[in-house]
Design a protein around this ligand. Structure first.
Ligand code: AFP
Length: 359
């Protein structure tokens, strides 16, 4: 049984054979996988190692840091800075890009990551993850901030780890999206979910509906229609999920389909969305599109959005193709003044909720 299993290293060597990206990319992804194993081990210790609760520090995003935010960031840096494979790194937890220490060689890749996505879930023992993206830096000079600001289409690899009942690493090097489960006894990631595929159709959506009043009308229209189910224009019932951990939402979509939305809203008018373009949106968009799904800002291809800042936020709508296309259409119709917002039957003329009906 063991001899037939495909390990991550074997898989990467085979996938990258003949590709423009050499064995260096495989070696970097193996370093990332080693960091993920270490993060999986510390996350699993939970309160035993004092890894719950909050610190008094605030990161560049203005969020209170958790002990594991700091520790996992350090783990990612230390596993990847020494091998002569990366030219520089950037993390959601650090204001500026990380320069490779002078004693180490620099390579041709830029590694960008969110070391612990969904960290507000840590104290609840709910699934969290690590998200990463790899870009190319073809220059002998150390990278400047500008070098990290590449569109998502330029990623040569992207992936995430999900720390749940088991630890999985899901990645793409531009040849499909594949999942590996960590065999803890042996210490290897084993290919268990080859060629993940997002179904075109779905009846499941994920969005934080507590923000509904801040959304734009096309998003309100889409969600109203889903909630109306069989009695609405969609003529079928939808189910909703919200885990508040993007890795867990994207993982569910890669396994059984669905649509995930963190759209533009007016809650914080100076930010265009909640999720970070370079550390969350772009890598997840690449994984979803490599699995046959679609990723959009609502008004265009997410992977073509030009980043202007390292910690820039972006609207994210991704998952099953038919739903993402529908949401894009609703934005389009709204922008052209051609939309027909849906009014739920619960609020129409015969509604029980009409004030006079309640009086
Ligand atoms: P944290 O990493 O700060 O916990 O944020 C997680 C996240 O960026 C993403 O994983 C979730 O989809 C989203 O935030 C949840 O946000 P809400 O606060 O709206 O639930």
């Amino acid at each position: 049984m063991f001899t037939r299993r495909t390990t991550l290293s074997k898989f990467l060597i085979e996938q990258l054979k003949g590709s423009k990206e050499s064995n260096d990319l495989a070696a970097l992804l193996v370093d990332v996988a080693a960091a993920i194993k270490a993060i999986s081990a510390v996350a699993a210790k939970g309160a035993l190692e004092g890894n719950t609760g909050s610190l008094e520090t605030v990161n560049v995003q203005g969020e209170t840091q958790k002990p594991l935010d700091v520790l996992t960031n350090e783990i990612m840096l230390r596993h990847c800075d020494w091998g002569g494979l990366v030219a520089g790194m950037a993390s959601e937890e650090m204001e500026e890009p990380f320069a490779i220490p002078a004693e180490y060689e620099r390579g041709r890749y830029l590694l960008l990551f969110d070391p612990l996505d969904g960290s507000s879930n840590i104290d609840l023992n709910v699934a969290v993850g690590t998200i990463f993206s790899v870009l190319v830096h073809d220059s002998a000079q150390p990278p400047q901030l500008q070098d990290f600001l590449q569109i998502g289409k330029k990623q040569v690899a992207a992936g995430y780890a999900i720390y749940g009942p088991s630890t999985l690493l899901v990645l793409t090097v531009g040849r499909g999206t594949h999942g590996f489960t960590l065999d803890r006894e042996i210490g290897n990631f084993i290919l268990t979910h080859p060629n993940l595929s997002v179904p075109n159709e779905t009846s499941e959506f994920a969005i934080n509906t507590s923000n509904e009043r801040f959304w734009e009308p096309p998003m309100q229209r889409y969600v109203e229609e889903c909630k109306a189910g069989k009695t609405g224009p969609r003529e079928r019932d939808f189910n909703m999920r919200w885990i508040a951990s993007m890795v867990a939402e994207v993982h569910r979509i890669l396994i059984r389909g669905g649509v995930f939305m963190y759209p533009r809203d007016s809650k914080a008018p100076n930010k265009s969305g909640r999720l970070r373009l370079l550390y969350e949106a772009n890598p997840m968009a690449m994984l979803i599109e490599q699995a046959g799904g679609l990723a959009s800002t609502g008004r265009g291809c997410l992977l073509e959005k030009q980043p202007e800042q390292l910690h820039q936020r972006a609207p994210v709508i991704l998952g099953s193709r038919c739903e993402v296309e529908r949401i894009e259409r609703y934005h389009h119709e709204y922008d052209k003044g051609e939309d027909q917002p849906f009014v739920s039957p619960l609020f129409n003329e015969r509604s029980l909720f009409r004030p006079e009906a309640r009086a």
